[in-house]
Design a binder for this molecule. Structure first.
Ligand code: PLP
Length: 404
Protein backbone atom coordinates (compact mmCIF):
# COMPACT_ATOMS: atom_id res chain seq x y z
CA UNK A 1 0.00 0.00 0.00
CA UNK A 2 1.48 3.32 -0.98
CA UNK A 3 1.95 6.07 1.56
CA UNK A 4 1.77 9.79 0.93
CA UNK A 5 4.12 12.51 2.13
CA UNK A 6 2.15 13.41 5.23
CA UNK A 7 4.00 16.68 5.60
CA UNK A 8 1.61 18.05 2.97
CA UNK A 9 -1.30 17.44 5.32
CA UNK A 10 0.25 19.76 7.88
CA UNK A 11 0.15 22.74 5.50
CA UNK A 12 -2.49 25.23 6.60
CA UNK A 13 -5.31 26.41 4.34
CA UNK A 14 -4.96 27.17 0.67
CA UNK A 15 -2.33 29.31 -0.96
CA UNK A 16 -2.77 33.01 -0.19
CA UNK A 17 -3.50 34.08 -3.74
CA UNK A 18 -6.17 31.43 -4.34
CA UNK A 19 -8.02 32.67 -1.25
CA UNK A 20 -7.83 36.21 -2.59
CA UNK A 21 -9.03 35.13 -6.05
CA UNK A 22 -12.00 33.31 -4.50
CA UNK A 23 -13.02 36.39 -2.49
CA UNK A 24 -12.63 38.72 -5.48
CA UNK A 25 -14.63 36.39 -7.75
CA UNK A 26 -17.43 36.12 -5.18
CA UNK A 27 -17.57 39.92 -4.87
CA UNK A 28 -17.53 40.42 -8.65
CA UNK A 29 -20.30 37.85 -9.17
CA UNK A 30 -22.45 39.60 -6.56
CA UNK A 31 -21.60 43.05 -8.01
CA UNK A 32 -21.20 42.62 -11.77
CA UNK A 33 -21.37 46.40 -12.42
CA UNK A 34 -18.37 47.22 -10.21
CA UNK A 35 -14.97 47.65 -11.84
CA UNK A 36 -12.30 46.09 -9.66
CA UNK A 37 -8.69 47.32 -9.80
CA UNK A 38 -6.12 44.70 -8.87
CA UNK A 39 -3.02 45.88 -7.05
CA UNK A 40 -2.62 42.55 -5.28
CA UNK A 41 -0.64 39.85 -7.01
CA UNK A 42 3.01 40.49 -7.87
CA UNK A 43 2.73 39.83 -11.59
CA UNK A 44 4.02 42.21 -14.23
CA UNK A 45 1.64 43.75 -16.77
CA UNK A 46 3.88 45.39 -19.41
CA UNK A 47 4.59 43.29 -22.51
CA UNK A 48 8.08 41.91 -23.10
CA UNK A 49 10.40 44.59 -24.45
CA UNK A 50 11.00 44.83 -28.23
CA UNK A 51 14.56 43.47 -28.05
CA UNK A 52 13.33 40.41 -26.15
CA UNK A 53 10.54 39.82 -28.69
CA UNK A 54 12.92 40.20 -31.67
CA UNK A 55 15.37 37.77 -30.08
CA UNK A 56 12.60 35.27 -29.38
CA UNK A 57 11.49 35.43 -33.02
CA UNK A 58 14.97 34.84 -34.37
CA UNK A 59 15.61 32.04 -31.85
CA UNK A 60 12.39 30.35 -32.96
CA UNK A 61 13.60 30.60 -36.56
CA UNK A 62 16.85 28.89 -35.53
CA UNK A 63 14.76 25.98 -34.29
CA UNK A 64 13.27 25.61 -37.79
CA UNK A 65 16.59 24.69 -39.45
CA UNK A 66 18.62 21.53 -39.10
CA UNK A 67 21.89 23.49 -38.86
CA UNK A 68 20.75 25.71 -35.99
CA UNK A 69 18.19 23.52 -34.22
CA UNK A 70 18.84 22.98 -30.49
CA UNK A 71 17.73 20.07 -28.35
CA UNK A 72 18.50 19.66 -24.64
CA UNK A 73 20.32 22.63 -23.18
CA UNK A 74 23.60 22.14 -21.26
CA UNK A 75 22.96 21.24 -17.60
CA UNK A 76 24.08 24.55 -16.13
CA UNK A 77 22.57 26.64 -18.95
CA UNK A 78 24.05 28.04 -22.17
CA UNK A 79 27.44 29.65 -21.82
CA UNK A 80 26.38 32.80 -23.68
CA UNK A 81 23.83 33.49 -20.93
CA UNK A 82 26.00 32.46 -17.99
CA UNK A 83 28.86 34.63 -19.28
CA UNK A 84 26.54 37.65 -19.64
CA UNK A 85 25.18 37.12 -16.10
CA UNK A 86 28.66 36.70 -14.59
CA UNK A 87 29.84 39.86 -16.31
CA UNK A 88 26.85 42.21 -15.86
CA UNK A 89 25.35 41.04 -12.58
CA UNK A 90 28.54 40.18 -10.73
CA UNK A 91 31.92 41.24 -12.14
CA UNK A 92 30.71 44.78 -12.93
CA UNK A 93 29.51 45.10 -9.35
CA UNK A 94 32.86 43.98 -8.02
CA UNK A 95 31.49 40.57 -7.05
CA UNK A 96 33.75 37.60 -7.65
CA UNK A 97 31.41 35.09 -9.32
CA UNK A 98 32.35 32.96 -12.32
CA UNK A 99 30.11 31.72 -15.10
CA UNK A 100 30.56 28.11 -13.95
CA UNK A 101 29.06 28.99 -10.55
CA UNK A 102 25.76 30.02 -12.19
CA UNK A 103 22.96 27.51 -12.75
CA UNK A 104 20.28 28.69 -15.18
CA UNK A 105 16.76 27.58 -14.30
CA UNK A 106 13.09 28.19 -15.02
CA UNK A 107 12.75 30.72 -12.22
CA UNK A 108 13.42 31.59 -8.62
CA UNK A 109 10.27 29.97 -7.25
CA UNK A 110 11.34 26.49 -8.29
CA UNK A 111 14.92 27.09 -7.19
CA UNK A 112 13.88 28.46 -3.80
CA UNK A 113 11.74 25.37 -3.27
CA UNK A 114 14.17 22.85 -4.74
CA UNK A 115 17.33 24.07 -3.04
CA UNK A 116 16.20 22.24 0.10
CA UNK A 117 16.97 18.93 -1.71
CA UNK A 118 20.68 19.34 -1.01
CA UNK A 119 20.24 19.91 2.74
CA UNK A 120 19.55 17.41 5.50
CA UNK A 121 16.07 17.37 6.95
CA UNK A 122 17.69 18.07 10.36
CA UNK A 123 18.62 21.64 9.48
CA UNK A 124 16.79 24.40 11.32
CA UNK A 125 15.70 27.29 9.14
CA UNK A 126 15.35 30.97 10.01
CA UNK A 127 13.07 33.21 7.98
CA UNK A 128 12.16 36.85 7.92
CA UNK A 129 8.62 37.41 9.15
CA UNK A 130 6.80 38.49 7.00
CA UNK A 131 8.26 37.06 3.78
CA UNK A 132 7.51 35.31 0.46
CA UNK A 133 5.68 32.18 1.73
CA UNK A 134 7.47 29.67 -0.53
CA UNK A 135 10.52 29.27 1.75
CA UNK A 136 8.50 28.07 4.76
CA UNK A 137 5.96 26.04 2.79
CA UNK A 138 8.58 24.10 0.84
CA UNK A 139 10.51 23.37 4.03
CA UNK A 140 7.25 22.19 5.58
CA UNK A 141 6.76 19.82 2.63
CA UNK A 142 10.25 18.46 3.26
CA UNK A 143 9.47 17.86 6.95
CA UNK A 144 11.88 20.45 8.29
CA UNK A 145 9.47 22.80 10.08
CA UNK A 146 7.85 20.72 12.84
CA UNK A 147 4.13 21.21 13.40
CA UNK A 148 1.91 24.09 12.41
CA UNK A 149 0.54 25.97 15.40
CA UNK A 150 -2.67 27.60 14.12
CA UNK A 151 -3.14 29.86 17.16
CA UNK A 152 0.26 31.43 16.59
CA UNK A 153 0.24 31.15 12.79
CA UNK A 154 3.72 29.64 13.13
CA UNK A 155 5.61 26.36 12.71
CA UNK A 156 7.09 24.83 15.85
CA UNK A 157 10.58 24.24 14.39
CA UNK A 158 11.19 27.49 12.49
CA UNK A 159 13.09 30.51 13.76
CA UNK A 160 11.01 33.56 12.88
CA UNK A 161 12.86 36.86 12.62
CA UNK A 162 10.24 39.59 13.03
CA UNK A 163 10.61 42.49 10.58
CA UNK A 164 8.42 45.17 12.09
CA UNK A 165 8.23 48.96 12.18
CA UNK A 166 10.45 48.78 15.31
CA UNK A 167 13.23 47.03 13.36
CA UNK A 168 12.72 49.16 10.24
CA UNK A 169 11.31 46.02 8.60
CA UNK A 170 14.73 44.32 8.74
CA UNK A 171 15.57 41.21 10.78
CA UNK A 172 17.82 41.15 13.85
CA UNK A 173 20.36 38.35 14.20
CA UNK A 174 18.42 35.46 15.76
CA UNK A 175 18.93 34.46 19.40
CA UNK A 176 18.81 30.77 18.52
CA UNK A 177 21.43 29.66 15.98
CA UNK A 178 19.93 28.53 12.65
CA UNK A 179 21.53 26.26 10.04
CA UNK A 180 19.86 27.84 7.00
CA UNK A 181 18.95 31.52 6.87
CA UNK A 182 16.58 32.82 4.21
CA UNK A 183 17.03 36.51 3.42
CA UNK A 184 15.07 38.33 0.75
CA UNK A 185 16.08 41.90 -0.16
CA UNK A 186 14.51 44.00 -1.53
CA UNK A 187 11.86 42.25 0.49
CA UNK A 188 8.59 40.86 -0.70
CA UNK A 189 6.18 41.93 0.82
CA UNK A 190 7.51 44.90 2.83
CA UNK A 191 9.64 46.45 0.07
CA UNK A 192 12.36 47.02 2.69
CA UNK A 193 16.10 46.69 2.07
CA UNK A 194 19.24 46.52 4.17
CA UNK A 195 22.49 48.37 3.59
CA UNK A 196 25.71 46.72 2.51
CA UNK A 197 27.17 47.00 6.02
CA UNK A 198 24.03 45.43 7.51
CA UNK A 199 24.24 42.56 5.02
CA UNK A 200 27.94 42.20 5.84
CA UNK A 201 26.91 41.52 9.47
CA UNK A 202 24.77 38.61 8.26
CA UNK A 203 27.60 37.22 6.15
CA UNK A 204 30.02 37.47 9.09
CA UNK A 205 27.45 35.86 11.38
CA UNK A 206 26.76 32.97 8.96
CA UNK A 207 30.47 32.30 8.54
CA UNK A 208 30.95 32.39 12.31
CA UNK A 209 28.13 29.98 13.19
CA UNK A 210 28.50 27.76 10.10
CA UNK A 211 25.11 28.63 8.61
CA UNK A 212 24.25 29.02 4.96
CA UNK A 213 22.35 32.09 3.72
CA UNK A 214 19.89 31.63 0.89
CA UNK A 215 19.69 35.14 -0.50
CA UNK A 216 16.72 35.87 -2.74
CA UNK A 217 17.51 38.94 -4.85
CA UNK A 218 14.57 38.62 -7.25
CA UNK A 219 13.91 42.38 -6.95
CA UNK A 220 17.49 43.62 -7.22
CA UNK A 221 16.74 45.60 -10.40
CA UNK A 222 14.41 47.89 -8.43
CA UNK A 223 17.13 49.19 -6.11
CA UNK A 224 17.54 52.95 -6.44
CA UNK A 225 19.53 53.83 -3.31
CA UNK A 226 23.33 53.83 -3.39
CA UNK A 227 24.22 51.88 -0.25
CA UNK A 228 21.84 48.97 -0.91
CA UNK A 229 23.71 45.90 -2.20
CA UNK A 230 22.51 44.33 -5.48
CA UNK A 231 24.07 40.98 -4.68
CA UNK A 232 25.23 39.34 -1.46
CA UNK A 233 28.60 38.69 -3.13
CA UNK A 234 29.37 42.40 -2.75
CA UNK A 235 30.04 41.40 0.87
CA UNK A 236 33.37 39.99 1.91
CA UNK A 237 33.22 36.31 2.83
CA UNK A 238 29.90 35.63 1.06
CA UNK A 239 31.54 33.03 -1.17
CA UNK A 240 31.86 30.68 1.81
CA UNK A 241 28.33 31.06 3.18
CA UNK A 242 25.82 32.26 0.57
CA UNK A 243 23.65 30.95 -2.23
CA UNK A 244 21.90 33.60 -4.32
CA UNK A 245 18.61 33.26 -6.19
CA UNK A 246 17.77 35.50 -9.11
CA UNK A 247 14.87 35.84 -11.48
CA UNK A 248 14.17 37.40 -14.87
CA UNK A 249 10.51 37.77 -13.89
CA UNK A 250 10.48 41.18 -12.29
CA UNK A 251 13.44 42.84 -14.01
CA UNK A 252 12.47 41.86 -17.56
CA UNK A 253 8.86 40.70 -17.40
CA UNK A 254 9.56 36.95 -17.77
CA UNK A 255 6.85 35.82 -15.31
CA UNK A 256 5.11 33.89 -18.09
CA UNK A 257 8.24 33.12 -20.09
CA UNK A 258 10.17 31.63 -17.12
CA UNK A 259 13.86 32.15 -16.53
CA UNK A 260 16.02 32.49 -13.44
CA UNK A 261 19.30 31.34 -11.99
CA UNK A 262 21.00 30.24 -8.79
CA UNK A 263 24.57 31.06 -7.83
CA UNK A 264 26.56 28.61 -5.72
CA UNK A 265 30.22 29.59 -5.26
CA UNK A 266 32.67 26.71 -5.27
CA UNK A 267 34.04 27.88 -1.91
CA UNK A 268 30.76 27.06 -0.17
CA UNK A 269 31.42 23.73 1.50
CA UNK A 270 30.24 21.36 4.21
CA UNK A 271 33.50 19.71 5.27
CA UNK A 272 35.07 18.71 1.94
CA UNK A 273 31.79 18.66 0.02
CA UNK A 274 31.02 21.55 -2.31
CA UNK A 275 27.35 22.51 -2.31
CA UNK A 276 28.02 23.40 -5.95
CA UNK A 277 28.60 19.69 -6.72
CA UNK A 278 25.41 18.64 -4.95
CA UNK A 279 23.31 21.22 -6.79
CA UNK A 280 24.97 20.30 -10.10
CA UNK A 281 24.00 16.67 -9.43
CA UNK A 282 20.47 17.67 -8.49
CA UNK A 283 20.10 20.00 -11.45
CA UNK A 284 21.43 17.40 -13.89
CA UNK A 285 19.18 14.69 -12.52
CA UNK A 286 15.89 16.48 -11.96
CA UNK A 287 15.95 19.36 -14.46
CA UNK A 288 16.45 19.33 -18.22
CA UNK A 289 17.21 22.98 -18.78
CA UNK A 290 15.41 26.21 -19.57
CA UNK A 291 14.43 26.41 -23.26
CA UNK A 292 17.06 27.68 -25.70
CA UNK A 293 14.77 30.39 -27.06
CA UNK A 294 14.12 31.70 -23.55
CA UNK A 295 17.81 31.68 -22.64
CA UNK A 296 18.52 33.62 -25.86
CA UNK A 297 15.81 36.13 -24.91
CA UNK A 298 17.30 36.39 -21.41
CA UNK A 299 20.75 37.13 -22.82
CA UNK A 300 19.20 39.91 -24.92
CA UNK A 301 18.47 41.98 -21.81
CA UNK A 302 22.22 42.30 -21.24
CA UNK A 303 22.76 44.05 -24.59
CA UNK A 304 22.89 47.85 -24.63
CA UNK A 305 19.38 48.06 -26.11
CA UNK A 306 18.13 45.40 -23.69
CA UNK A 307 19.49 47.30 -20.69
CA UNK A 308 17.83 50.50 -21.88
CA UNK A 309 14.44 48.91 -22.50
CA UNK A 310 14.51 46.98 -19.24
CA UNK A 311 15.33 50.12 -17.27
CA UNK A 312 12.38 51.88 -18.93
CA UNK A 313 10.02 49.14 -17.76
CA UNK A 314 11.33 49.29 -14.22
CA UNK A 315 11.05 53.09 -14.23
CA UNK A 316 7.41 52.74 -15.30
CA UNK A 317 6.63 50.47 -12.34
CA UNK A 318 8.63 52.61 -9.94
CA UNK A 319 6.65 55.66 -11.03
CA UNK A 320 3.55 53.69 -10.01
CA UNK A 321 5.24 52.90 -6.69
CA UNK A 322 5.83 56.61 -6.13
CA UNK A 323 2.19 57.36 -7.00
CA UNK A 324 0.99 54.80 -4.43
CA UNK A 325 3.46 55.91 -1.78
CA UNK A 326 2.66 59.63 -2.04
CA UNK A 327 -1.08 59.02 -2.50
CA UNK A 328 -1.29 56.87 0.63
CA UNK A 329 0.72 59.36 2.64
CA UNK A 330 -1.64 62.14 1.53
CA UNK A 331 -4.55 59.95 2.64
CA UNK A 332 -2.95 59.69 6.10
CA UNK A 333 -1.67 56.11 5.93
CA UNK A 334 1.56 54.93 7.54
CA UNK A 335 3.56 53.49 4.64
CA UNK A 336 6.98 52.10 3.78
CA UNK A 337 8.71 50.34 0.87
CA UNK A 338 8.21 51.54 -2.69
CA UNK A 339 11.68 53.12 -3.00
CA UNK A 340 13.87 50.10 -3.81
CA UNK A 341 11.02 47.70 -4.56
CA UNK A 342 7.72 47.54 -6.42
CA UNK A 343 5.92 46.84 -3.13
CA UNK A 344 4.27 49.30 -0.76
CA UNK A 345 3.60 48.17 2.77
CA UNK A 346 0.92 50.02 4.70
CA UNK A 347 -0.34 49.82 8.23
CA UNK A 348 -4.05 49.10 8.30
CA UNK A 349 -6.08 51.96 9.78
CA UNK A 350 -8.21 51.75 12.94
CA UNK A 351 -6.55 48.53 14.13
CA UNK A 352 -8.24 46.51 11.38
CA UNK A 353 -6.77 43.06 10.79
CA UNK A 354 -5.15 42.53 7.39
CA UNK A 355 -8.14 40.54 6.12
CA UNK A 356 -10.64 43.06 7.52
CA UNK A 357 -8.84 45.77 5.56
CA UNK A 358 -8.81 43.54 2.47
CA UNK A 359 -12.62 43.25 2.63
CA UNK A 360 -13.02 46.96 3.43
CA UNK A 361 -10.91 48.01 0.43
CA UNK A 362 -12.58 45.53 -1.91
CA UNK A 363 -16.08 46.54 -0.90
CA UNK A 364 -15.61 50.29 -0.57
CA UNK A 365 -12.94 51.16 -3.14
CA UNK A 366 -13.14 48.04 -5.35
CA UNK A 367 -9.37 47.77 -5.02
CA UNK A 368 -7.61 44.46 -4.39
CA UNK A 369 -4.42 44.25 -2.36
CA UNK A 370 -2.74 41.49 -0.35
CA UNK A 371 -3.26 40.98 3.40
CA UNK A 372 0.05 41.22 5.22
CA UNK A 373 -0.82 38.33 7.53
CA UNK A 374 -0.57 35.99 4.52
CA UNK A 375 3.21 36.52 4.60
CA UNK A 376 3.75 35.61 8.25
CA UNK A 377 2.41 36.45 11.71
CA UNK A 378 4.28 39.78 11.92
CA UNK A 379 2.46 40.88 8.76
CA UNK A 380 -0.81 41.07 10.71
CA UNK A 381 -2.17 44.60 10.70
CA UNK A 382 -0.37 45.37 7.45
CA UNK A 383 -1.30 45.31 3.78
CA UNK A 384 0.67 45.10 0.51
CA UNK A 385 -0.03 47.04 -2.65
CA UNK A 386 2.01 46.42 -5.78
CA UNK A 387 3.26 48.80 -8.46
CA UNK A 388 2.74 46.28 -11.27
CA UNK A 389 -0.60 47.67 -12.50
CA UNK A 390 -1.00 50.18 -15.31
CA UNK A 391 -0.30 53.81 -14.43
CA UNK A 392 -3.91 54.76 -15.20
CA UNK A 393 -5.33 52.09 -12.89
CA UNK A 394 -2.82 52.95 -10.17
CA UNK A 395 -3.93 56.58 -10.24
CA UNK A 396 -7.61 55.59 -10.22
CA UNK A 397 -7.09 53.15 -7.35
CA UNK A 398 -5.38 55.84 -5.31
CA UNK A 399 -8.15 58.35 -6.06
CA UNK A 400 -10.65 55.83 -4.76
CA UNK A 401 -8.62 55.12 -1.61
CA UNK A 402 -8.20 58.84 -0.93
CA UNK A 403 -11.98 59.32 -1.29
CA UNK A 404 -12.78 56.73 1.40
N1 PLP B 1 11.27 35.28 -5.02
C1 PLP B 1 10.48 36.27 -4.58
C2 PLP B 1 10.87 37.02 -3.37
C3 PLP B 1 9.29 36.56 -5.24
O1 PLP B 1 8.49 37.53 -4.79
C4 PLP B 1 8.94 35.82 -6.39
C5 PLP B 1 7.70 36.07 -7.13
O2 PLP B 1 6.82 36.80 -6.77
C6 PLP B 1 9.80 34.83 -6.81
C7 PLP B 1 10.96 34.58 -6.10
C8 PLP B 1 9.44 33.97 -7.99
O3 PLP B 1 10.18 34.31 -9.09
P1 PLP B 1 10.06 33.48 -10.44
O4 PLP B 1 8.98 34.11 -11.25
O5 PLP B 1 11.41 33.61 -11.06
O6 PLP B 1 9.74 32.06 -10.11
Amino acid sequence: MFKINENYLKLPGSYLFSTIAKKVNAYQNANPDKEIIRLGIGDVTLPLSPVVIDTLHSAVDEMAHKETFKGYAPDLGYEFLRNAIADFDYKRRGADINADEIFVSDGAKSDSGNIGDIFSVDNKIAVCDPVYPVYVDTNAMAGRTGDYLPDLGKWSNVIYMPCTAETNFAPDLPKETPDIIYLCFPNNPTGSTITKSELQRWVDYANKVGAVIIYDAAYEAYITEEDVPHTIYECEGARTCAIELRSFSKNAGFTGTRLGFTVIPKDLKSGDVMLHSLWARRHGTKFNGAPYIIQKAGAAIYTEEGQKQTKEQIAYYMNNAKTILTGLKEAGYTVSGGVNAPYIWLKTPDKMTSWEFFDYLLENANVVGTPGSGFGPSGEGYFRLTAFGSYENTVRALDRIKAL
